[in-house]
Structures are given as structure tokens and as C-alpha cells.
Design a protein around this ligand. Structure first.
Ligand code: PLP
Length: 457
């Protein structure tokens, strides 16, 4: 399992703190590929094994406490174990986990989505965001009678066959291993800030849909000017193609109604996951009634058009429905979005202060309740707190020095902070000034450790 051959003091300190995780990782390596269940949880020499969590924090099997910015891959705007969500889940569990029938909870859950997202005229539940974007694409093709899907380089929409190439590799549009050429041939990959190229691609007349992460790839790690969404809306409408906003991350986070409400863009279809199910598995595709009608038995009979099929054992699972409805109710009725956003502003400023103090020309940036580290791979003259990510060529964001980022992540874990592998994360409404102060202290120590190892100047 452990392939890291290193004298790094950061790695040694990490190992010394996490013997229980090391043992579990060894066991896992015999059972799970790479010992993990999600590529983003791959850490060298091994990741932490977490036993419990509460609010903005979690604890590993060795008893170490972490300020958590992984945030359930973005699902936990309300933090871990929000009491109202936990109560709703416990009540639902007591009533049964699967009825093999319609249930009142799914109606309430769909209504909770529509209350926040005006474009959600109809909702179809799925189990994951991957399934939601898969269904969105299928609906778009059925509705338009066209084949081609337009995606943008770097944008992530899950792991089904149409979405695997062009977000971290295969930017030439060739299929990744295990995906057939025929599928890749029906996907056009474009640069997100090139409306002329989009217009040209749309002119083929065969474009069923354009799908995009509305704040830019990886929740705005590579940010997007919101005006581009309006341009895309205009161009797709004119070309008779559908606009799918993938709000799996941004939904109910960027505003209570997602990025579409925040930016005033009305998509034809949206995909939701993560927050929509209150921290449990669950997702949805939502949008125009006439498009979702392609799933409707009566509409198929009326129009004589073949219905899009959609089974799915855990669609609208009652426990997820209860968690999602409770979470969306809190989002509708409180200021959780604003609170998380405000703490993220405080966090980004505190981390940039650490960088300025240490004389490191990196920056922590982001919008809404997210943050990302720019490690300045080309050594630009930047001031941490004045960095404008929109002024940087997109490819530079993907040139983050891999080893340095891995070391920084381990150093942060050693200091009690869990961030994602790109060195960024999600702030929840339960994070506050105490978490910001703890994170700044950990970041200062981590930068010091990197300096001591000669990883940064
Ligand atoms: N779309 C976006 C923007 C995502 O960030 C993700 C997951 O991170 C997905 C789709 C896929 O969702 P899931 O992991 O639930 O399949």
C-alpha cells in the first residue's frame, strides 16, 4: 500500500499521528483498489479513517480532531449531523427504509426543491449526481431528437461514459479507457470562454444540449464570468439546443436557489445532488415540464412518442427524502447560505494574511462558500489578497505542483485541517471564527513545514 519512499518530516509526522489509519489502510489495500472508494480520497501514503463528525469537525480512529473542509464532497452546507436533519432521518428510519411504492416524503421533497428553484417545474429523483447528468443528457436527446452534447474543458459532471474525458485528461476529446469511441464522437469539448466556438458548434444543428458547471470548473477553481452563462442561454435558445446547468455542487449553496437564481439564468434542465439530499445519497434532474414529460406515461400515450425509461431501486429513497426535505427547509427559512459565505470570506482573508506574512506568492481565492489555493506555478508577481483568478490563463490552474500540494495536504492534516486534494474546500454554516483561527494557525504551521523541507522558498 505504502509506496512513498521519503525522508520527509511531514510524512513522518503524519504517520506518527495516524497509526490506526495506517493499519486500516493496509487492510483496505487487500480489499479495495487503492484501498479507497472514491478517487478524490486517494492520499499518499494513506488517508485518514474517520470515525465520527459533528458540525464543522471530524475525528479519526486515532482520536485526532480536524476542521473539515471536505464537507461531504460539498453535501454538508449545514455541517455534520445538523440536529433537524438527524431527527428527520431517525424518524424516517423508524418508518422503514424502502416501501417499493410512492411515498409522501418524495412529494414533499420535490415541493421543497420547487420552492427554491423556480425552473424546477418537474423533478425526477435519482441516486447520484452522475445519474442526474446522465438523465439530463438522455432527456435532452429525446426531447430535441438530436445527438450531440457540448461540454467544457475542465468541467466535471460525474463519471458516466459521456463525462469521463476532458475534465482532468483527454482534453482532445478522445475517450478514456473503457469508454467507446462512438460516445466520445458525439461529445464536443469546448473552451468555456469562447462564445464564437460555441456558436459555430451549435450551427451544426445537431446539438441536443450544452452542459456547464455554472461557477466554473471544480466549483470555480477555474472561475467563469457569469455573463458567459447569459451568452450561452441566448445562443442555445437560438439554436434550439437545451441548456443544462449542472448544479450538483452550486445548487442550494451559491444561493438558496443555486447559481441560476444568483445569476438570473434560467436553464432548461438542472442536475442537483449533494445538498439536495441533506448529506445522504440522493439527487435529481429538474426543469421544464414539457421536457420532463418525456418520462411521463400519459404524455407518451398522448403524443405517441416513445417514453424515456427510468427505473432505479433507490430513486427518492424515503430516508434521503426526509434528510433532503429537512435540509432544504432550513435553507429556505434561514440565513445559512449567507453565514457560510461570510465565514468563507473571513477564511480566505486569514489564509492570505498567513501567505503575506510568510512571503509566499500564492493566493487563496473563491466565491460563495468555497476556497481554492492558487500555488502560482509560473511564479507570477501576485499579492495574496489582490489576486484576480479571472486574469490568469485557465491552464495555469491545472499546473499546481502535485508533490507540493500532496505535502501541503499532509501537513494540514497533521495540523488538524482536512482540505481536498486541490487544496480547497467547502465552508459550512457551522464553521465560524474559531474554525477560521484554527485553520490559519494550521496553515501557518504547514507553510513553515514546507519551508523547512525546502518545498517553498
Ligand atoms: N456534477 C458535479 C458538478 C459534481 O461536482 C459531481 C460530483 O462531485 C457530479 C456531477 C457527480 O455527482 P455524484 O458524485 O453524486 O455522482
Amino acid at each position: 500500500m505504502d509506496r512513498v519512499d521519503t525522508n520527509s518530516r511531514i510524512v513522518a509526522a503524519y504517520r506518527a499521528r495516524t497509526p490506526g489509519s495506517a493499519t486500516l489502510a493496509q487492510e483496505a489495500a487487500e480489499l479495495l483498489p487503492s484501498g479507497i472508494a472514491h478517487d478524490a480520497r486517494h492520499i499518499e501514503p494513506y488517508g485518514i479513517y474517520v470515525e465520527r463528525a459533528a458540525g464543522p469537525r471530524k475525528w479519526d480512529v486515532d482520536g485526532n480532531e480536524y476542521v473539515d473542509y471536505f464537507g461531504g464532497h460539498g453535501a454538508l452546507l449545514l455541517g455534520h449531523n445538523h440536529p433537524a436533519v438527524t431527527q428527520a432521518v431517525q424518524t424516517a428510519l423508524g418508518q422503514g427504509t424502502h416501501f417499493g411504492a410512492n411515498h409522501p416524503g418524495e412529494v414533499r421533497w420535490a415541493a421543497a426543491i420547487r420552492r427554491l428553484v423556480p425552473s424546477a417545474e418537474r423533478v425526477r429523483f435519482t441516486s447520484s449526481g452522475t445519474e442526474a447528468t446522465l438523465m439530463a443528457v438522455r432527456l435532452a436527446r429525446a426531447f430535441t431528437g438530436r445527438d450531440t452534447l457540448i461540454r467544457f474543458k475542465g468541467h466535471f459532471h460525474g463519471w458516466h461514459d459521456h463525462m469521463t474525458f476532458g475534465y482532468s485528461n483527454h482534453f482532445d476529446g478522445s475517450p478514456t479507457v473503457g469508454v467507446v469511441q462512438g460516445i466520445a464522437a458525439k461529445v464536443v469539448l469546448l473552451e468555456p470562454d469562447d462564445p464564437a466556438a460555441l456558436e459555430t458548434a451549435l450551427a451544426s444543428g445537431d446539438v441536443a444540449a450544452v452542459i456547464i458547471e455554472p461557477t466554473g470548473s471544480s466549483f470555480g477553481q477555474v472561475p467563469l464570468r457569469p455573463e458567459l452563462l447569459h451568452t450561452m442561454r441566448r445562443l442555445t435558445e437560438r439554436a434550439g439546443a437545451l441548456l443544462i446547468l449542472d448544479e450538483v455542487v452550486t445548487g442550494f449553496r451559491v444561493s438558496s436557489g443555486g447559481a441560476q437564481v444568483a445569476f438570473g439564468v434560467t436553464p432548461d434542465l438542472s442536475s442537483f445532488a449533494k445538498i439536495v439530499a441533506g448529506g445522504l445519497p440522493g439527487a435529481a434532474v429538474a426543469g421544464r415540464a414539457d421536457i420532463l414529460d418525456r418520462l411521463d406515461f400519459a404524455a407518451a400515450a398522448r403524443t405517441g412518442k416513445e417514453k424515456v425509461q427510468h427505473p432505479g431501486t433507490f430513486n427518492a429513497n424515503p430516508v434521503s427524502a426526509a434528510a433532503g426535505t429537512a435540509a432544504l427547509g432550513i435553507i429556505a427559512e434561514s440565513d445559512v447560505n449567507k453565514r457560510a459565505d461570510a465565514t468563507a470570506v473571513e477564511l480566505r482573508a486569514a489564509l492570505n494574511e498567513v501567505l503575506a506574512e510568510a512571503g509566499v506568492r500564492w493566493s487563496v481565492y473563491g466565491t460563495s462558500s468555497g476556497f481554492h489555493l492558487f500555488a502560482n506555478p509560473r511564479g507570477r508577481e501576485i499579492a495574496p489578497d489582490k489576486f484576480d483568478p479571472l486574469a490568469i490563463p485557465r491552464e495555469e490552474f491545472k499546473e499546481q505542483p502535485k508533490r507540493l500540494m500532496e505535502r501541503l495536504r499532509l501537513a494540514l492534516l497533521t495540523e488538524g485541517v482536512d482540505v481536498n486534494g486541490r487544496i480547497g474546500g467547502y465552508v459550512s454554516a457551522t464553521h465560524g471564527s474559531k474554525e477560521v483561527a484554527d485553520t490559519a494557525r494550521a496553515f501557518r504551521a504547514a507553510v513553515g513545514m514546507l519551508k523547512a523541507e525546502g518545498e517553498v522558498g
